[in-house]
Design a protein around this ligand. Sequence first.
Ligand SMILES: N[C@@H](CCC(=O)N[C@@H](CS)C(=O)NCC(=O)O)C(=O)O
Length: 233
Amino acid sequence: MAGAGANDLKVLGVWTSPFVIRVRIALNMKGLAYEYVEEDLGNKSALLLGSNPVHKSVPVLLHAGRAINESQIILQYIDEVWAGIGPAVLPSDPYERAVARFWAAYIDDKVRSAWLGMLFRCKNEEERAEAVARAGEALDTLEGAFRDCSEGGKKPFFGGDGIGFVDVVLGGYLGWFGAVGKIIGRRLIDPARTPLLAAWEDRFRAADVAKGVVPDDVDKVLAFLQTLLAISK
Ligand SMILES: N[C@@H](CCC(=O)N[C@@H](CS)C(=O)NCC(=O)O)C(=O)O
């Protein structure tokens, strides 16, 4: 789906970034064509530095040359600008929208910190195990959230019948969850412990909008981890 389109959309990203992946999935949901530019975080482009001078991070969405930063803000921007085109990312009901934003914020607080701890900030296996445990606790909470959002598991996604904001925000992490799974020797979203979430993971990975965007080659992700760790040294 990537390619210059009538809407003049460009995404500056890194293929493994949970934050970039969620933006690409939202663009796919809306059926929007865009140019994808892979950034080298060890040698950031002038375009990235100029488009996100505050954080200097990806993703950046360039829409007709104007930059939008921060993945959750980008998702909301896409949903607002292309309202009525493709499925809505956020619910239309203000209360349900608030609930979706709450869980998305929770994910970027608890899951993000555990993700960094499991892969980037652990100095030894003990620290990794501690971060894996924290991820497990966050996923337990999200199992409950999914139960509530999906009418006890009757609906396939946090968004109900279709993929929505919370699905996209959590789904961005699945490539890295696969890599963690290989390191720890079991699925991070454990089907025995969080069965609804594990079934959600399978459905999300299989969705057309996620295919080719959520990385499924665990060894390639793990090799890229080494590149990122070398940059951050
Ligand atoms: N809160 C930001 C997080 C973005 C972020 O952490 N991006 C990472 C890649 S996964 C990045 O660009 N890091 C480079 C850096 O901070 O120097 C968002 O949601 O967009």
